[in-house]
Design a protein around this ligand. Structure first.
Ligand code: COA
Length: 164
Protein backbone atom coordinates (compact mmCIF):
# COMPACT_ATOMS: atom_id res chain seq x y z
CA UNK A 1 0.00 0.00 0.00
CA UNK A 2 1.42 3.33 -1.11
CA UNK A 3 0.32 6.58 0.46
CA UNK A 4 -0.53 9.37 -1.94
CA UNK A 5 -1.16 13.06 -1.36
CA UNK A 6 -4.70 13.85 -2.42
CA UNK A 7 -4.66 17.45 -1.27
CA UNK A 8 -2.50 19.50 0.98
CA UNK A 9 -4.21 18.55 4.22
CA UNK A 10 -4.48 14.77 4.02
CA UNK A 11 -3.14 11.66 2.37
CA UNK A 12 -5.01 8.47 1.52
CA UNK A 13 -3.59 5.01 0.97
CA UNK A 14 -3.25 3.96 -2.67
CA UNK A 15 -3.65 0.28 -3.39
CA UNK A 16 -3.09 -1.53 -6.69
CA UNK A 17 -5.31 -4.62 -6.59
CA UNK A 18 -6.59 -7.32 -8.96
CA UNK A 19 -9.84 -6.31 -10.66
CA UNK A 20 -12.95 -8.22 -9.62
CA UNK A 21 -15.59 -9.04 -12.26
CA UNK A 22 -17.71 -6.07 -11.11
CA UNK A 23 -14.76 -3.68 -11.59
CA UNK A 24 -14.52 -4.45 -15.29
CA UNK A 25 -17.61 -2.42 -16.15
CA UNK A 26 -16.25 0.58 -14.22
CA UNK A 27 -12.95 0.34 -16.15
CA UNK A 28 -14.74 0.01 -19.50
CA UNK A 29 -16.88 3.06 -18.74
CA UNK A 30 -13.86 5.14 -17.73
CA UNK A 31 -12.05 4.12 -20.92
CA UNK A 32 -15.03 4.81 -23.18
CA UNK A 33 -15.66 8.25 -21.64
CA UNK A 34 -12.18 9.78 -21.93
CA UNK A 35 -9.52 10.73 -24.44
CA UNK A 36 -7.67 9.25 -26.26
CA UNK A 37 -10.31 6.57 -26.79
CA UNK A 38 -13.08 9.06 -27.67
CA UNK A 39 -11.05 10.33 -30.61
CA UNK A 40 -9.92 6.83 -31.51
CA UNK A 41 -13.59 5.85 -31.71
CA UNK A 42 -13.43 3.05 -29.17
CA UNK A 43 -17.00 2.75 -27.92
CA UNK A 44 -18.29 1.13 -24.75
CA UNK A 45 -18.85 -2.28 -26.36
CA UNK A 46 -15.21 -2.50 -27.49
CA UNK A 47 -13.97 -1.19 -24.14
CA UNK A 48 -16.00 -3.88 -22.36
CA UNK A 49 -14.45 -6.49 -24.62
CA UNK A 50 -10.92 -5.26 -23.83
CA UNK A 51 -11.56 -5.10 -20.10
CA UNK A 52 -12.91 -8.64 -19.94
CA UNK A 53 -10.45 -10.31 -22.32
CA UNK A 54 -8.75 -13.09 -20.33
CA UNK A 55 -5.47 -12.57 -22.24
CA UNK A 56 -4.99 -9.29 -20.36
CA UNK A 57 -4.24 -8.67 -16.69
CA UNK A 58 -6.48 -5.92 -15.33
CA UNK A 59 -5.35 -4.07 -12.19
CA UNK A 60 -7.33 -1.47 -10.34
CA UNK A 61 -6.05 1.51 -8.34
CA UNK A 62 -8.00 2.25 -5.16
CA UNK A 63 -7.54 5.50 -3.31
CA UNK A 64 -8.93 5.37 0.20
CA UNK A 65 -10.85 2.28 -0.95
CA UNK A 66 -12.46 4.06 -3.95
CA UNK A 67 -11.75 3.06 -7.55
CA UNK A 68 -9.64 5.73 -9.20
CA UNK A 69 -7.83 4.12 -12.14
CA UNK A 70 -6.78 0.96 -13.91
CA UNK A 71 -4.07 -0.58 -16.05
CA UNK A 72 -4.50 -3.32 -18.64
CA UNK A 73 -1.39 -5.41 -19.32
CA UNK A 74 -0.75 -8.10 -21.90
CA UNK A 75 2.05 -10.21 -20.39
CA UNK A 76 3.54 -11.08 -23.82
CA UNK A 77 1.98 -8.46 -26.08
CA UNK A 78 4.99 -7.27 -28.13
CA UNK A 79 7.73 -9.62 -29.34
CA UNK A 80 7.13 -11.84 -26.30
CA UNK A 81 7.50 -8.96 -23.84
CA UNK A 82 4.86 -7.27 -21.66
CA UNK A 83 2.70 -4.60 -23.26
CA UNK A 84 0.74 -1.94 -21.36
CA UNK A 85 -2.41 -1.92 -23.47
CA UNK A 86 -4.36 0.79 -21.58
CA UNK A 87 -4.03 2.98 -18.55
CA UNK A 88 -6.47 5.57 -17.23
CA UNK A 89 -7.08 7.55 -14.06
CA UNK A 90 -10.33 9.26 -13.07
CA UNK A 91 -10.16 12.79 -14.55
CA UNK A 92 -10.83 14.38 -11.14
CA UNK A 93 -7.59 13.10 -9.64
CA UNK A 94 -5.07 13.04 -12.47
CA UNK A 95 -1.64 14.49 -11.90
CA UNK A 96 -1.23 13.11 -8.36
CA UNK A 97 0.98 10.11 -9.04
CA UNK A 98 -1.63 7.38 -9.53
CA UNK A 99 -0.67 6.76 -13.18
CA UNK A 100 2.99 6.55 -12.19
CA UNK A 101 2.15 4.04 -9.44
CA UNK A 102 0.19 1.88 -11.91
CA UNK A 103 3.12 1.94 -14.37
CA UNK A 104 5.55 1.03 -11.60
CA UNK A 105 3.30 -1.88 -10.67
CA UNK A 106 3.32 -3.15 -14.31
CA UNK A 107 7.10 -2.86 -14.51
CA UNK A 108 7.66 -4.62 -11.20
CA UNK A 109 5.23 -7.44 -12.04
CA UNK A 110 7.08 -7.91 -15.33
CA UNK A 111 10.54 -7.90 -13.71
CA UNK A 112 9.45 -10.47 -11.13
CA UNK A 113 8.41 -12.75 -13.99
CA UNK A 114 11.79 -12.34 -15.69
CA UNK A 115 10.89 -9.82 -18.39
CA UNK A 116 13.72 -7.55 -19.55
CA UNK A 117 11.65 -5.26 -21.75
CA UNK A 118 8.24 -3.56 -21.63
CA UNK A 119 6.31 -1.78 -24.38
CA UNK A 120 3.33 0.52 -24.79
CA UNK A 121 1.67 2.61 -27.51
CA UNK A 122 0.64 6.22 -27.17
CA UNK A 123 -1.42 8.26 -29.63
CA UNK A 124 0.36 11.06 -31.50
CA UNK A 125 -2.26 13.53 -30.18
CA UNK A 126 -1.62 12.68 -26.51
CA UNK A 127 1.47 14.81 -25.69
CA UNK A 128 0.93 14.75 -21.91
CA UNK A 129 0.92 10.98 -21.75
CA UNK A 130 4.01 10.90 -24.03
CA UNK A 131 5.80 13.19 -21.62
CA UNK A 132 4.86 11.03 -18.66
CA UNK A 133 6.23 7.92 -20.36
CA UNK A 134 9.43 9.72 -21.36
CA UNK A 135 9.90 10.78 -17.74
CA UNK A 136 9.45 7.15 -16.70
CA UNK A 137 12.25 6.10 -19.09
CA UNK A 138 10.32 4.99 -22.17
CA UNK A 139 11.85 5.72 -25.58
CA UNK A 140 9.93 6.07 -28.82
CA UNK A 141 10.98 3.26 -31.15
CA UNK A 142 8.45 3.33 -34.00
CA UNK A 143 5.66 5.39 -35.43
CA UNK A 144 2.69 3.43 -36.74
CA UNK A 145 0.96 5.90 -39.06
CA UNK A 146 -2.81 5.54 -39.35
CA UNK A 147 -2.75 2.51 -37.03
CA UNK A 148 -6.16 3.13 -35.40
CA UNK A 149 -7.52 6.20 -37.20
CA UNK A 150 -6.19 7.53 -40.51
CA UNK A 151 -5.30 11.01 -39.19
CA UNK A 152 -3.15 9.91 -36.22
CA UNK A 153 -0.24 7.64 -35.40
CA UNK A 154 0.39 5.26 -32.56
CA UNK A 155 3.89 5.67 -31.17
CA UNK A 156 5.46 2.45 -29.93
CA UNK A 157 7.57 3.07 -26.81
CA UNK A 158 10.06 0.74 -25.14
CA UNK A 159 11.80 0.55 -21.79
CA UNK A 160 14.54 -1.87 -20.80
CA UNK A 161 13.82 -3.24 -17.32
CA UNK A 162 16.60 -3.48 -14.74
CA UNK A 163 17.21 -6.90 -13.33
CA UNK A 164 15.89 -7.46 -9.81
C1 COA B 1 -2.11 9.35 -18.53
C2 COA B 1 -2.70 9.11 -17.13
C3 COA B 1 -3.05 7.63 -16.96
C4 COA B 1 -1.63 9.48 -16.09
O1 COA B 1 -2.17 9.29 -14.81
P1 COA B 1 -1.92 10.41 -13.68
O2 COA B 1 -2.36 9.84 -12.40
O3 COA B 1 -2.53 11.66 -14.16
O4 COA B 1 -0.31 10.47 -13.78
P2 COA B 1 0.73 11.02 -12.72
O5 COA B 1 0.06 11.90 -11.74
O6 COA B 1 1.53 9.89 -12.23
O7 COA B 1 1.67 11.85 -13.67
C5 COA B 1 1.24 13.11 -14.13
C6 COA B 1 1.58 13.24 -15.58
O8 COA B 1 0.68 12.52 -16.38
C7 COA B 1 0.44 13.27 -17.58
N1 COA B 1 -0.96 13.71 -17.59
C8 COA B 1 -1.62 14.44 -16.69
N2 COA B 1 -2.89 14.67 -17.06
C9 COA B 1 -3.03 14.04 -18.21
C10 COA B 1 -4.12 13.89 -19.09
N3 COA B 1 -5.31 14.43 -18.86
N4 COA B 1 -3.95 13.16 -20.20
C11 COA B 1 -2.74 12.62 -20.47
N5 COA B 1 -1.67 12.73 -19.65
C12 COA B 1 -1.82 13.43 -18.54
C13 COA B 1 1.33 14.46 -17.54
O9 COA B 1 2.59 14.15 -18.13
C14 COA B 1 1.47 14.67 -16.07
O10 COA B 1 2.60 15.40 -15.74
P3 COA B 1 2.42 16.96 -15.46
O11 COA B 1 1.43 17.03 -14.32
O12 COA B 1 3.81 17.39 -15.11
O13 COA B 1 1.87 17.53 -16.72
C15 COA B 1 -3.96 9.96 -16.85
O14 COA B 1 -3.63 11.31 -16.96
C16 COA B 1 -5.12 9.65 -17.77
O15 COA B 1 -5.97 8.82 -17.43
N6 COA B 1 -5.18 10.29 -18.94
C17 COA B 1 -6.25 10.02 -19.89
C18 COA B 1 -6.08 8.64 -20.51
C19 COA B 1 -4.74 8.51 -21.22
O16 COA B 1 -4.25 9.42 -21.86
N7 COA B 1 -4.15 7.29 -21.11
C20 COA B 1 -2.91 6.99 -21.73
C21 COA B 1 -3.16 6.30 -23.01
S1 COA B 1 -1.62 5.80 -23.78
Amino acid sequence: VTSIETHSACSSPLEIVPAEPADREWCARLMASTEPWLRLGRGLAECRERCSDPQYVLRLALLGGERCGFLLLHPRGVAGSPYVASIAVDAQIRGRGIGTALMEWAEQRSRIRGARHIFLCVSSFNPRARLLYQRLGYVEVAELAGYVIPEASEILMHKALDRL
